[in-house]
Design a protein around this ligand. Structure first.
Ligand code: GLN
Length: 457
């Protein structure tokens, strides 16, 4: 990562990033660009460097912030109409930690509203275009962040991953994207989607950068009681990669041939380097998508109930009394996909259906957790696709929610199990679209996972 020093000015780094952001404006990457604020911060850092003061590990490094991270700089909209005009009084812990090391946010990036989606087409501000093919989706929900890094506008970008939102857009754009072990990075100050699944992570161009960002932002936060003590235990040896698992069920006709080819050639490469490939039978994973699309909307319905037109952002001007404030604001302010999830979530939690849906899904989730635990007794890490297809065409799946959900079939089980996953670039399809594969490890093996990615580079 290029940091500022006496010769390379932070202001230069930031201005270059801002120029590139303007150059790629028609990709619809940013919901807000903070030119003035970013330059002012860069000048401060340059002054401190000139005075010989300490400036941090990310001095002057421009980055992009997914627009569901709270910070008083610019509105935090989560790409949803209902949050338009919301200026956060608080700053996300992860943002505080990045900025304490001198990183400079140049802008906020587009996402599927409230991070509901796999293509960034559910954004109130319209879709972000894929970095390799402008007729295709960026992936989602963190499409803007992925494209900002892939087009080299910024060195890194933040993301949130509830069911694939970092790994899938990373793979659609040929870069690294990490979903850490649940609880590794504080979620304080990030718009909640589904609290038992949400993870904070990053998009980078190298595994080394990922390691650096993880070590800076991880660790306990008194404001998020789910946070773990640290990113890795310095006293414990790293989990070495020797036996690599591949999941039998993911090698079938419904997976794009080029992606299967990429997986196969990586396995051959690993074998030639002396790794052992272990075939895994993980029959519970076929329930992961169904489980996810019950648990996740249930939690979404609860988390989105706070947007009532009274406390945050937008309020419909059609409202006449308290009830109609709620009704009109939520009707106008949420995107169709947000509403679909609120309805499904309340349905699966309702007294007549709770046992049949939510409770059953919670039990099946335990099967998935155990299945991963058993798999990691047989292998050190798993290598698998991130999604069954490369980036699809804009508009191709937007009218068919189930087809869109099916794109998440390989990513959601990691969130259900709380295990870490790192999307790595793995070549291109015959049509020239980026292919991504993910490395998966047991809980708390994040650092070993990144080391393994370095070996694969
Ligand atoms: N695509 C998944 C969904 O629509 C995951 C989204 C996410 O990780 N935020 O729910």
């Amino acid at each position: 990562m290029k940091t500022a020093n006496k010769k390379v000015k932070a202001e230069r780094l930031v201005r270059d990033a801002l120029d590139k952001a303007k150059h790629f404006a028609d990709y619809n990457i940013f919901t807000f660009i903070d030119e003035e604020g970013a330059i002012a911060r860069a000048r401060e850092i340059d002054k401190r460097i000139a005075n010989g003061e300490k400036v941090g590990l990310l001095a002057g490094v421009p980055y992009a912030l997914k627009d569901n991270f709270l910070s008083p700089r610019g509105e935090t909209t989560a790409s949803a109409h209902i949050l338009e005009g919301f200026n956060s009084p608080v700053t996300a812990t992860s943002v505080e930690r990045l900025e304490a090391e001198g990183a400079i946010m140049i802008g906020r990036t587009n996402l599927d509203a409230f991070a509901h989606g796999s293509s960034t087409e559910n954004s109130y501000f319209g879709p972000t275009l894929n970095s390799a093919d402008r007729e295709r989706v960026a992936g989602g929900s963190s499409g803007g962040s992925a494209v900002a890094v892939a087009l080299d506008i910024v060195e890194f970008a933040t993301g949130s991953d509830t069911g694939g939102s970092i790994r899938q857009p990373a793979s659609f754009n040929g870069i690294y994207g990490m979903k850490p072990t649940f609880g590794t990075i504080s979620r304080y100050g990030v718009v909640a989607m589904a609290s038992s699944l949400d993870c904070i992570g990053f998009f980078t161009k190298t595994p080394e950068d990922m390691n650096l960002l993880m070590s800076i932002t991880s660790g306990q936060d008194p404001k998020d009681m789910t946070t773990l003590p640290d990113y890795y235990n310095e006293d414990a040896p790293l989990r070495k990669a020797a036996k690599i698992g591949v999941i039998k069920d993911f090698d079938n006709e419904s997976v794009d041939a080029d992606i299967r080819g990429a997986l196969k050639s990586r396995c051959e490469l690993l074998k030639s380097k002396g790794y052992e490939i272990v075939e895994l039978d993980m029959p519970s994973l076929k329930y992961a998508l169904a489980v996810y699309y019950i648990i996740q909307p249930a939690e979404v319905a609860s988390n989105l109930s706070r947007y009532d037109g009274v406390r945050y952002g937008f309020r419909s001007n059609k409202s006449k009394d308290l009830d109609s404030i709620y009704e009109e604001t939520r009707s106008e302010g949420f995107m169709p996909e947000n509403k679909r999830r609120i309805m499904v979530g309340n349905f699966v939690l309702s007294s007549g259906f709770y046992d049949a849906y939510f409770l059953k899904a919670a039990k099946a989730r335990t099967l998935i957790v155990n299945e991963y635990r058993r798999a990691f007794e047989k292998c050190d890490y798993i290598l698998m696709p991130v999604s069954p297809n490369p980036a699809f065409r804009l508009g191709e799946k937007v009218g068919d929610p189930v087809a869109m959900y099916l794109e998440d079939v390989m990513s959601v089980s990691l969130n259900l199990a709380g295990v870490p996953g790192l999307a790595i670039p793995a070549g291109k399809t015959t049509a020239g679209l980026p292919i991504g594969l993910q490395l998966v490890g047991p809980r708390r093996s994040d650092k070993g996972l990144i080391e393994f990615a370095r070996e694969l580079q």
